[in-house]
Design a protein around this ligand. Structure first.
Ligand code: FE2
Length: 374
C-alpha cells in the first residue's frame, strides 16, 4: 500500500509546520562501551571519532562516538551501579536507547510534538564547546526508547563536549546512511504506534503487510511502515501475530522485556563489496538456504548481479514496481536475541524486502530452534 495524493498534501502541510532533515544518530546503551566501540570499528569499519567520560568531566558514564559515511552511532555505558543506564541495561541488556532525529529547529519541533500528544523526556537545551553548539530536546517513544530532536546545522560530530579523536585504524566497509529503523511493539499495539507517528510527527502510512504475507508454518508478524513522505525517515513497526510457535517478535519482546528497536538498516551503494569485507573480518551473518536462490531469476528478472555471487555471500534480493533491492541481515549483536543490523542496497526498489520475509523467517527460525525458543 502506498500513500494517496490526499495523504501527500497532508504530508506537505505537516512538513511545513514540522520540517525534519533525517536521522541524526542512534545511541546504544551497552554494558561495555569501550569494547563495543572496538567491535564496531574492527568488524563494521566505523571510525571512533570522539569520546566523553571522566577525562572530559562526565562522571557517571563513558560514551564513544562512531562514524561511517553519514551513519553516526553513540555507544554509552554507565560507571555506576545504579541510575538510568544501569537500570536500562539490567532490564534490556544492550540495546538502542535513542533514535535521534535531525531537525532545523529543536524548540519548534518539541513544541509541535508536545502539542500533538508527545511526552517530554528532556526540555530543549544548548550544549556547546569550542567547536560549536547543538540545541536538543527529547520525547518518549515505544518502551524505554526516546527520540532526541537535534538542531545541529553544521552536522557537528562528535557531540559538543566530546574529545575529538582521529582514527587511522578503521577501514570502512561502504556503509553510507541509515535507511530505516524497525521497532517491535506488543501484540495489539502496532496501530497505536502508527497513530503516534502520524499524530506526533505528521508521518503517514507507507505500506502494511499482514500476517498472511509475512508468515511461515511456525510464526508470523504484522508490520506497518510510517514515513515522513520524502524518504529521509522510514520506520517499520512490527507486532507479533499468532503462529504455531513463538514468533521472532515475541522472542524479542521476551528477552528485551519491552518494545524496542529490532534492527537498523544501513544503506550501501555496493552491497557485494560491503559483505565481502564484512565476511573477511568475521561478521556473523544470517544463513540463507541454498534453495532460496533457485527462484531468484524468476522473482527478480532485472537482477544484474551474478546469482552465484549473491548465493556465495548469502545476500537476499527482492523486486517491486520501482526496481530491486539487495539486503542481508547480521546475526544478533549481543547474547540476547534482540537487536541486529541489516545492510541494504536499493536499485530502484522502495520496499523493505517483503518477498524475502518468508525466506528470512525460515532462516531465523532455524536459529531460534537451535536456542530452544521456537
Ligand atoms: Fe529492514
Amino acid at each position: 500500500m502506498t500513500s494517496t495524493p490526499s495523504q501527500n498534501s497532508a504530508i506537505d502541510h505537516h512538513r511545513e509546520e514540522f520540517p525534519i532533515l533525517g536521522f541524526h544518530h542512534v545511541e546504544f546503551w551497552v554494558g561495555n562501551a569501550y569494547q563495543a566501540a572496538h567491535y564496531y570499528r574492527a568488524i563494521h569499519g566505523y571510525r571512533i571519532v570522539g569520546y566523553s567520560g571522566p577525562e572530559t568531566g562526565v562522571r557517571d558514564r563513558a560514551s564513544y562516538a562512531l562514524q561511517q559515511g553519514d551513519v553516526r552511532l553513540l555507544l554509552t555505558s554507565t560507571l555506576e551501579p545504579n541510575g538510568e543506564i544501569a537500570e536500562h541495561f539490567k532490564l534490556h541488556g544492550p540495546g538502542v536507547k535513542d533514535v535521534a532525529i535531525h531537525v532545523p529547529d529543536a524548540e519548534a519541533a518539541l513544541d509541535y510534538t508536545l502539542s500533538h500528544g508527545a511526552e517530554v523526556v528532556t526540555k530543549a537545551s544548548i550544549t556547546e564547546d569550542d567547536r560549536g553548539k547543538w540545541k536538543s530536546a527529547s520525547i518518549k517513544a515505544y518502551g524505554d526508547t526516546v527520540h532526541s530532536l537535534i538542531e545541529n546545522p553544521d552536522i557537528m560530530w562528535p557531540p559538543p563536549g566530546f574529545r575529538v579523536r582521529s582514527d587511522s585504524i578503521a577501514v570502512p566497509i561502504g556503509l553510507e546512511r541509515i535507511d530505516h529503523v524497525v521497532a517491535n511493539v506488543m501484540l495489539g499495539e502496532m496501530d497505536a504506534w502508527v497513530d503516534f507517528y502520524e499524530r506526533v510527527f505528521g508521518f503517514v502510512l507507507l505500506r502494511h503487510f499482514d500476517d498472511e504475507a509475512i508468515s511461515t508454518e511456525y510464526s508470523a508478524l504484522m508490520s506497518k511502515v510510517v514515513w515522513d513522505g520524502t524518504g529521509v525517515i522510514r520506520l517499520p513497526i512490527n507486532e507479533p501475530a499468532v503462529g504455531l510457535h513463538k514468533s521472532q517478535i515475541e522472542e524479542y519482546l521476551d528477552f528485551y522485556r519491552s518494545p524496542g528497536v529490532q534492527h537498523l538498516a544501513i544503506a550501501t551503494s555496493d552491497l557485494v563489496s560491503t559483505v565481502e569485507a564484512a565476511r573477511e573480518r568475521g561478521l556473523g551473518l544470517m544463513s540463507v538456504p541454498d534453495s532460496y536462490y533457485d527462484e531468484v531469476p524468476t522473482r527478480v528478472p532485472d537482477l544484474d548481479v551474478d546469482v552465484a555471487t549473491i548465493k556465495r555471500l548469502g545476500i537476499l534480493v527482492d523486486q517491486d514496481d520501482g526496481g530491486y533491492l539487495l539486503q542481508i541481515f547480521t546475526r544478533m549483536m549481543q547474547d540476547r536475541p534482540t537487536f541486529f543490523f541489516e545492510f541494504i542496497e536499493r536499485r530502484g526498489a522502495i520496499g523493505f524486502g517483503e518477498g524475502n520475509f518468508k525466506a528470512l523467517f525460515e532462516a531465523i527460525e532455524r536459529d531460534q530452534a537451535e536456542r530452544g525458543n521456537l
